[in-house]
Design a protein around this ligand. Structure first.
Ligand SMILES: Cc1cc2nc3c(=O)[nH]c(=O)nc-3n(C[C@H](O)[C@H](O)[C@H](O)COP(=O)(O)OP(=O)(O)OC[C@H]3O[C@@H](n4cnc5c(N)ncnc54)[C@H](O)[C@@H]3O)c2cc1C
Length: 292
C-alpha cells in the first residue's frame, strides 16, 4: 500500500473560507479511503485529529492547530445512483451533489446548491437552509474511526438536531460517505429550483468577500441576523473583520483580518445583542486551535 505524503507546518489560511489562521502541525490530503484507513492504522498522526472539508464553517485561530488536519475535498469525491439511493463520498462539494441529483431528475436537492462546503461538512453540521436539512435525506453513512476501522451506521445511531449531529456509538468517528434518498421529480424543475436559489443567495449574501456564512445559530423564535441588525451592528468593524452590510449574520474579512479580529467581533456582537435584547447568541461556526 502506497503512503500519501504528510505535510508539516501548513498555513491554515489556505484551508478555510475566511482566509485566516496560523499553521497546522501535520496535514494530510485524503485521496482514497483505503489509503486513509491504512494511514490511520500505520502512521502516527499527531493527536488530536480533525477532518475538514472546505473550511467554510470553521474559524482557525492565529496560534494554529497542534495536531493533524485531514482534508477530504481533493479526494473522496465519487457520486453514483445505486438502488434508488445516491451514494456520495464526503469530499464531494454540496453544489456538485445538488446538481448531480437534479440532472438525474430527482427533486429537493436545491438547498444543498448554495452551501459552499463538502458533504462531510454538511453531515457534521446538519447543514441546511430554506426549510431543508442534510439529515432529512440520509439513509445511512460510512464512518471511519481514529484507528482506521470503517463502520456502516444507520441514521438512528445519531442524535440529530438543528446544526447538531452526534454519533451516539462513538463521537470520535469521521464521515467517509453517505447514502441519500431523494424523491423522483422533474429534471427541468429541479434545475430551475437550483438556479433560483443561487440567484436569491447572490442578492442577499456577501458572496464576493471571504466569510463563513451565518456566524450565529438562530435562537428559538428569532433570527440572529435581525437581532444583530436591530442592535445597530451592521457595518461594525474590528480590525479587518466587519459585520456585513448585506447580511448582518455574516462577518466578512475585508482583506487583512486576523482570526483574533473575527473572534473579538463575535464577542462584541454577543455582548451588544445581549445588552439590548437579553438574548444570548451562540456561534454556528466552529472555533478551532490556539490563541496567539
Ligand atoms: C457563503 C456561505 C453560505 C453558507 N450558507 C450556509 C447555509 O445556508 N446553511 C448551512 O447550514 N451552512 C451554510 N454555510 C456554512 C458551511 O458552508 C456549512 O456548514 C458546510 O456544511 C460546511 O462544510 P465544509 O466542508 O466547509 O466544513 P468545514 O468547515 O471544513 O468543517 C465544519 C465542521 O465539520 C467537521 N467535518 C468536516 N468534514 C468532516 C468529515 N468528513 N467527518 C467528520 N467531520 C467533518 C469539521 O471538523 C468541522 O467541525 C455557509 C457558508 C458560507 C461561506
Amino acid at each position: 500500500m502506497q503512503n500519501d505524503e504528510i505535510l508539516f507546518d501548513i498555513p491554515l489560511r489556505d484551508l478555510n473560507s475566511w482566509r485566516v489562521g496560523g499553521v497546522v502541525d501535520q496535514f494530510y490530503f485524503c485521496t482514497d479511503k483505503e489509503k486513509l484507513s491504512y494511514n490511520l492504522q500505520k502512521r502516527n498522526f499527531k493527536l488530536p485529529i480533525m477532518f475538514i472539508g472546505l473550511g467554510s464553517n470553521t474559524l482557525f485561530r492565529d496560534g494554529g492547530f497542534r495536531g493533524t488536519i485531514i482534508a477530504m475535498h481533493k479526494g473522496l469525491n465519487h457520486i453514483k445512483l445505486e438502488d434508488q439511493l445516491f451514494y456520495a463520498e464526503s469530499g464531494v462539494s454540496c453544489s456538485k451533489l445538488a446538481k448531480y441529483i437534479a440532472r438525474l431528475g430527482y427533486a429537493n436537492s436545491a438547498f444543498l446548491a448554495g452551501i459552499p462546503g463538502t458533504l462531510g461538512g454538511a453531515l457534521a453540521m446538519n447543514a441546511g437552509c430554506y426549510g431543508s436539512e442534510t439529515w432529512d435525506f440520509v439513509d445511512k453513512v460510512l464512518t471511519i474511526d481514529q484507528n482506521g476501522i470503517e463502520h456502516l451506521r444507520k441514521k438512528e445511531e445519531f442524535d440529530i438536531a438543528y446544526r447538531h449531529v452526534e454519533n451516539k456509538k462513538n463521537p470520535q468517528e469521521f464521515f467517509i460517505a453517505a447514502w441519500l434518498e431523494f424523491q423522483e421529480g422533474n429534471k427541468e424543475k429541479a434545475e430551475l429550483d437550483i438556479k433560483k436559489l443561487l440567484e436569491k443567495r447572490k442578492s442577499t449574501q456577501p458572496l464576493n468577500w471571504p466569510t463563513a456564512g451565518s456566524t450565529f445559530r438562530n435562537p428559538d423564535g428569532h433570527f440572529a441576523a435581525k437581532l444583530i441588525e436591530e442592535s445597530g451592528l451592521k457595518g461594525y468593524q474590528i480590525g479587518g473583520a466587519q459585520v456585513s452590510e448585506k447580511h448582518a449574520n455574516f462577518i466578512i474579512n475585508r482583506g487583512n483580518a486576523s482570526a483574533s479580529d473575527i473572534e473579538n467581533l463575535i464577542t462584541y456582537i454577543k455582548a451588544e445583542v445581549f445588552k439590548q435584547t437579553k438574548i444570548i447568541l451562540e456561534t454556528e461556526i466552529r472555533i478551532i486551535g490556539e490563541k496567539n
